[in-house]
Design a protein around this ligand. Structure first.
Ligand SMILES: *Cc1c(COP(=O)(O)O)cnc(C)c1O
Length: 847
């Protein structure tokens, strides 16, 4: 592997990256931080010591970064997201520091197994799925591209629930990710802020005759920031992920306490601290719960106050807020920030409305993530008024001004007014957060070409017609550091031996791999590396489920949140079709497959939970049937998360991306699979379309209706029964399910999933079934020719460069944020001397 330039010479000895320095620091931390003799250290002690050893090296770069950012003129990205699904930190930091292999060897020399130590880390599961994971990939790319950035979010005490499967059904338990402490965060109590909630407003005229509003809250909570360092790949940049925890205010406690109500004060304290207790486990649905609105407002209010503090540190007036901060809204969850910044500027800083609005619009930009109506956030007006009375007034003022503009521009168009209004008047009045986000932002983007088009033509059509110049499309990406370099070391070694390691920070370079697709020797090594990944995954499957799977069978994988629109049940229908073939003709030749499913269902989402039961029930029958003779295996891997993802994506042959066209905004799992050499079978939905175009038609298995065809079919009156009656294979499969074959004779159990005879098939499974089965047949034929399959696999990886989150972040920088890199020089210290920036002549620069 090519050696990258490392800023070794700039380190003081305490935080040097040499093997000797690392070993010494590690042993010191076992002793001083964990308080153990090495011989008595537990695996967790070893992990904590390793984490602290790495953290010390990050801190030096972190402080250097803070110093470099201070007073420099560039804008800073404030990435606001209610979710950050970061995954374990230690391995990623070793990769980005460039010391993974050295540390592994040093550990081995000391008789320690780095992999076992890495497994000790409990991942911070502070997100549901794709949206939270995107925020995490973006943090990695921002640091790697040396862009000044802060990630702002919520430090949930309990992240996404832990999933176990009992009697084939999902059972949830709390995610106590903080139980062993978190070495990757520093509590910054000195930057705590107060956040007000509830109460009422008072309108008055001040001494100077100005009309003013005072917000008298019902309660105040304290937001305490917890900072985690986010290191870029082989650069000195360490950005900050700042997550807020809600605490009770001391002042408030005193007040109640002095009235003699000690227990009352304590219970109020508990209530305040409930605010950041738990992540809402709903993916792509909004429930309109009061505590959720409080969470959203809480972290946004904390973050904006923090930005104002930083502005003051740099001596910049609030009137230039938008020149210093580019505030990106990751979906509408932080959209209340638009009203909050207006409140801060108008009420607290006494700015005229128009000037405040100019600042706000130029600061904010909004990323839309969904086309599903049930995911669009709306808050009942009475609830909103109860939690945020002043913000409702501000939103109504924004709305009045918006509608005035609309009346003039679209003279006489009353229905347009109703659609654009920030207040929905259909049934109970609701505040529409997407509308607020659109009005208050200067840029609005979708996350894949198709999604952005449907956004313009459908969900946000009226806003597009109002301000077409605001709209843009930035296709999602994933970080190749975590999803390739860290998770797939075997393929990484092979690729880097062939084309050097420049691809890790410039993924387009993977294209140099293309000629190797024709090299039989290379393909053999490729196949060997991927086979070893499959062997490792098979071992994991055996450990966690007890099911023995054959690594030489095709690994056909569907891992993602469980959702009706994602159509896990369509994949199960394919399993049943194959099973039916075997039962009808036991000697039939079929390509052996291992079907691996994984994903969590929202605890209150009965349909999704039934889908899990459907998968496990079919697995039960298929895996038990001796006639199947191991040609088919079906596994549900519990608790799919980033940690499992790192072992699954590199071990897949085929990846299922089978949402109904027009429903998946982008998908990022598809990209991780492609990079790792898996082939995707998918509908023309989300980023699948661009992925297929990139890897080539021959290296993607497309099927099913396109989005316009879905529209057309629905418009002409979709009749699922017609497909059921005209396709004998489909009929046989549905009949098996409806006879109760997979539910111990209970014919009704899975009927809610689909019931074509009763014309119940909202996601058009029946319409896509034949095309899907036919496409899967092509997959089997291709897999039966190993040389052909490996060629496709190499090409899939070689052409996946566009789907790096580095490319996505570059596009955000150019088209929305207008920010350029700010390289960081390392502070260093000769022993005993004060910290200082070394002279520019020696300034380390990344490879
Ligand atoms: C990438 C990822 C997702 C998103 O997967 P999709 O297939 O795009 O839905 C969800 N969860 C985890 C843990 C991931 O790593």
């Amino acid at each position: 592997m090519k050696e990258s330039v490392r800023p070794e010479h700039a380190d003081d000895t305490r935080t040097a990256l040499s093997g000797a320095s690392l070993r010494r620091a590690f042993l010191d931390h076992v002793f001083h931080t964990q308080g153990k003799l090495p011989g008595h250290a537990s695996q967790n002690d070893l992990y904590q010591a390793a984490a602290h050893t790495v953290r010390d090296r990050l801190v030096q770069r972190w402080i250097s970064t803070a110093e470099a950012y201070l007073g420099q003129p560039s804008r800073t990205v404030a990435y606001l997201s209610a979710e950050f699904l970061m995954g374990p930190h230690l391995g990623n930091n070793l990769i980005n520091l460039g010391i993974f292999d050295e540390v592994r060897e040093a550990m081995a020399a000391a008789g320690l197994d780095l992999d076992r130590i890495l497994e000790q880390e409990v991942e911070p599961g502070l997100g549901n799925g794709g949206l939270g994971r995107l925020a995490a990939c973006f943090m990695d790319s921002l640091a790697t591209l040396e862009i000044p950035a802060l990630g702002y979010g919520i430090r949930y005490e309990y992240g996404i629930f832990q999933q176990t499967i009992i009697d084939g059904m999902q059972v949830e338990s709390t995610d106590t990710w903080l139980r062993n402490g978190n070495p990757w965060e520093i509590q910054r109590s000195e930057w705590a802020v107060q956040v007000r909630l509830g109460g009422h407003t008072e309108h008055y005229t001040d001494d100077r005759g100005h009309y003013r509003v005072r917000w008298v809250p019902a309660k105040t909570v304290v937001g305490v920031p917890f900072d985690s360092p986010i290191l870029g790949y082989r650069v000195n940049t360490v950005n900050t992920l700042r997550l807020w925890r809600a605490d009770a205010t001391e002042a408030f406690d005193f007040h109640t306490f002095n009235r003699g109500d000690y227990l009352g004060a304590v219970s109020k304290k508990v209530t305040s601290e409930n605010l950041t207790k738990v992540l809402y486990p709903n993916d792509e649905t909004s429930q309109g719960k009061e505590l959720r609105l409080e969470q959203q407002y809480f972290f946004v209010a904390c973050s904006l106050q923090d930005m104002l503090r930083l502005l003051a540190v740099d001596g910049i007036p609030v009137t230039r807020f938008h020149e210093k901060f580019a505030v990106q809204l990751n979906d509408t969850h932080p959209a209340v920030g638009i009203a909050e910044l207006m409140r801060l500027l108008v009420d607290d800083h006494d700015l005229p409305w128009n000037e405040a609005w100019h600042i706000t619009q130029n600061a904010f930009a909004y990323t839309n993530h969904t086309l599903l109506p049930e995911a669009l956030e709306q808050w009942p007006l009475p609830l909103f008024a109860r939690v945020l009375p002043r913000h409702l007034e501000i939103i109504l003022e924004i709305n009045a001004r918006l509608l005035d503009e609309v009346r003039i521009r679209f003279y006489g168009d009353e229905s347009r007014l109703a659609r654009l209004s920030l207040i929905s008047e259909y049934g109970e009045k609701q505040v529409r957060m997407a509308n607020l986000a659109c009005v208050g932002s200067h840029a609005i983007n979708g996350v894949a070409e198709l999604h952005s088009r449907l956004m313009r033509e459908d969900v946000l059509k009226d806003f597009y017609e109002m301000w077409p110049e605001k709209f843009t499309s930035i296709t999602n990406g994933v970080t190749p550091r975590r999803w390739l370099a860290l998770s797939n070391p075997r393929l990484t070694r092979l690729v880097s031996e062939a084309i050097g390691d420049g691809w890790i920070s410039d993924l387009a370079q993977l294209r140099a791999l293309e000629p190797y697709a024709e090299d039989a020797g290379f393909r053999e090594q490729w196949q060997a590396a991927r086979h070893q990944n499959k062997v490792a995954l098979a071992e994991l499957v055996r450990e966690t489920t007890g099911v023995v799977v054959d690594p030489s069978s095709m690994f056909d994988v569907m891992v993602k949140r469980i959702h009706e629109y994602k159509r896990q049940h369509l994949a199960v229908l394919h399993v049943i079709a194959l099973y039916h073939r075997i039962k009808s003709d036991p000697g039939t030749e079929i390509q052996p497959r291992t079907f691996l499913f994984g994903g969590k269902a929202a605890p209150g989402y009965a349909y999704a939970k039934l889908m899990i039961r459907f998968i496990t029930s079919v697995a039960d029958v298929v895996n038990r049937d001796p006639q199947v003779r191991d040609r088919l295996k079906v596994v549900f891997l519990p608790n799919f998360n980033v940690t499992y993802g790192q072992r699954i994506y590199p071990a897949a042959d085929l990846a299922e991306q089978i949402s109904l066209a027009g429903k998946e905004a982008s998908g990022t799992g598809n990209m991780k699979f492609a990079m790792n050499g898996a082939l995707n079978i998918g509908t023309m939905d989300g980023a699948n379309i661009e992925l297929r175009e990139a890897v080539g038609n021959d290296n993607f298995f497309p099927f099913g209706l396109t989005a316009p065809e879905v529209y057309g079919l629905r418009a002409s009156g979709y009749d699922p029964a017609a497909y059921y009656h005209s396709n004998p294979q489909l009929r046989a499969v549905i009949d098996l399910v409806q006879q109760g074959f997979f539910s111990r004779g209970d014919p009704g159990l899975f009927r809610p999933l689909f019931d074509p005879q009763q014309r119940h098939d909202p996601y058009l499974l029946m319409a896509d079934f034949a095309s899907y089965i036919e496409c899967q047949e092509k997959v089997s034929q291709a897999f039966a020719e190993p040389a052909r399959w490996q060629r496709m696999s190499v090409l899939s990886c070689a052409r996946s460069g566009r789907f790096s989150s580095d490319r996505a972040i570059r596009e955000y920088c150019e088209r929305i944020w207008h920010i350029e890199p700010v390289p960081v020089r390392l502070l260093h210290r000769a022993s005993g001397a004060p910290w200082q920036v070394e002279s520019p002549a020696h300034a380390p620069r990344a490879a």
